[in-house]
Design a protein around this ligand. Sequence first.
Ligand SMILES: Cc1cc2nc3c(=O)[nH]c(=O)nc-3n(C[C@H](O)[C@H](O)[C@H](O)COP(=O)(O)OP(=O)(O)OC[C@H]3O[C@@H](n4cnc5c(N)ncnc54)[C@H](O)[C@@H]3O)c2cc1C
Length: 434
Amino acid sequence: MTVTMTEQNYWLTTAEIPQTDRSQSLPESADVAVLGAGFTGLAAARALAKRGATVAVLESETIGWGASSRNGGMVLTGLKLGVNKLVSMYGHERTQQMYAASLASIDCVEQIVREENIACDFGRCGHLEVACKQKHFDDYARQAEVIACEFNHQLRVVPRHELPAEIGSSIYYGGMVDEVSAGLNPAHYVAGLGCAAMRAGAAIFENAQVQRIERLSRNGASEFRVTTSRGALSARNVFVGTSGYTGAATPALRKKIIPIGSYIITTEVLPDAVARELSPRNRMIYDSKNYLYYYRLTPDRRMLFGGRAAFFPETADTIRKSAEILRRGMIEVYPRLRDVKVEYVWGGTLDFAFDIMPHAGQIDGIYFAVGYAGHGVAMATWQGQKMAEMIAGEKPENPFVDIPFPGAPLGLYKGKPWFLPFAGAWYKFLDWVS
Ligand SMILES: Cc1cc2nc3c(=O)[nH]c(=O)nc-3n(C[C@H](O)[C@H](O)[C@H](O)COP(=O)(O)OP(=O)(O)OC[C@H]3O[C@@H](n4cnc5c(N)ncnc54)[C@H](O)[C@@H]3O)c2cc1C
């Protein structure tokens, strides 16, 4: 059948993003200038303003324009890298702190949603990882055991014959469930976070692209001059939460972040019985491949199906091509969706560090939190909150601060990801052999 769809973010059709007064001038100064009005920047702005700081959020486009309104809305435990890999990189203690942070990040989202009364369909529906190969499934039992022993957190391994209770697809070798993960509508959430930041006293400036950040020294104290497309301001501190859209204004950070495209389609609204058959427990689902698919039902019962259909960040061309690739992927998983209409397709950009880890701290005196690698709904919120506490002079525990933050091998990358086609082919090769 032909795909009849709109190239538009479905979530944005359900939400009202708060408007700001675009004629308002920038203040002369602020305690903190925050770059980016996504989960990271807005969570930080809210927490800083609640502590009495004057905050100017500077956003190139509009509130939630980046990945924060475009994602799958999966609020996931764990990190992109598996725990064995984390232990080999950081040792037991640091890995324990990181895993605990991933659990705390979900509580953090839940608490903000509750405190700020954000109607975003947040629900602890749990996530299901499904195994594309027998050896991936065999590894689940080992992972669940390590996570139970080391991190005191329970995952449930689901053998193949019990999978029908979790998913209406017969292509997988088994699964693993984490009941702690949650789902939400990301556009409603980022809109609510924006309103909460403004209610707390933060000022948000849209269409204010930061072009230059200069460090000045005045009377022995250092401060920053931040120049935007809407004028300039001075700030005692600068916090960068620009994720996959990190650009020329922060060159040191840009060199360490690889922007990678991710794409999503959503179907028409499904009959209740069909939706229940596809996902009986309404889980957030993803598969075990490197080049993975992730999918879920939306609150109004559409199938939302996403993946790294093209590796490059979104353009009209990659979005269009992705629609057909994703539709084919969806039908492989759920053959009964063959004749269902795909109504929306869109894309967004993820931020991968070279070690696939989240990173936070200071670079050239500028605070930052980036590197969520497609695992950022909860972690970006948590990092925003923790970095605000750090900027305010509190000493929060944050195991992602000051871990080694590698750049490209041999310095072969300045911010233009020429190697993405090779990386895409490499991941496909890994999925084939592993
Ligand atoms: C298609 C897709 C699906 C995803 N699905 C999931 C999921 O299901 N679960 C999950 O946990 N994570 C998911 N993610 C990842 C998650 O959405 C991100 O990790 C998270 O939204 C990052 O939030 P952020 O605030 O750091 O960045 P963003 O939301 O990307 O915001 C960065 C903002 O910075 C602005 N900006 C950039 N440069 C400047 C500048 N110079 N001046 C001013 N502003 C600037 C941009 O305009 C942008 O609005 C997904 C991402 C994508 C793209």
